[in-house]
Design a binder for this molecule. Structure first.
Ligand code: MN
Length: 168
């Protein structure tokens, strides 16, 4: 079942995180980036697809600089409700620490503008380990790619476009 791993890792008696309820994606697809003050600070990058949030832990966080290749470790799918979650996961619980929303918005495949094709391209990109998408957030905008290296290790890279920012 889609959210089994998510549920197995958590005890909802203690954690304020959303329970693993499965919902249907409808219409436009959302993304969220959460800043997670866990034992090690990291950013959780999540893309809505097929009723769950495909999730990656990005230790250094996303960058708008195409020269930055940010490690993104694929983790278990999260429920759609997680995109609105902010709060404190209590000590002793899985992922203990504060979670805050760092950015959110809509996204779609870079490869098509057709709504039906969109889902297919995104699924296919995930399978292939080459997911190209456009983000419409407050901080994150424009084209990105998630490229699989090995196992659950991916790289999150900004593509060159009008929203790219290089440090010089
Ligand atoms: Mn996390």
């Amino acid at each position: 079942m889609p959210l089994d791993e998510y549920k197995r890792k958590r005890d909802f008696k203690w954690s304020p995180e959303p329970k693993g309820k499965i919902r249907k994606s409808r219409g436009e697809l959302h993304f969220v980036v959460q800043k997670h003050h866990a034992t090690r600070l990291h950013f959780d990058f999540r893309l809505e697809l097929d009723g769950v949030l495909k999730s990656f832990a990005v230790p250094k966080g996303p960058s708008l600089d195409p020269n930055d290749k940010r490690l993104a470790v694929m983790v278990e799918d999260h429920p759609l409700d997680y995109m609105n979650f902010e709060g404190e996961i209590p000590k002793g619980s899985y992922g203990a620490g504060k979670v805050e929303i760092w950015d959110k918005g809509l996204y779609h495949s870079s490869e098509t503008l057709d709504p039906d094709e969109n889902i297919k391209k995104l699924r296919r990109g995930l399978e292939k380990g080459d997911l190209k998408f456009v983000l419409f957030g407050k901080k994150l905008k424009g084209e990105f790619v998630l490229a699989r290296m090995k196992d659950s290790n991916w790289l999150l890279i900004k593509k060159k476009d009008q929203y790219a920012r290089t440090k010089d």
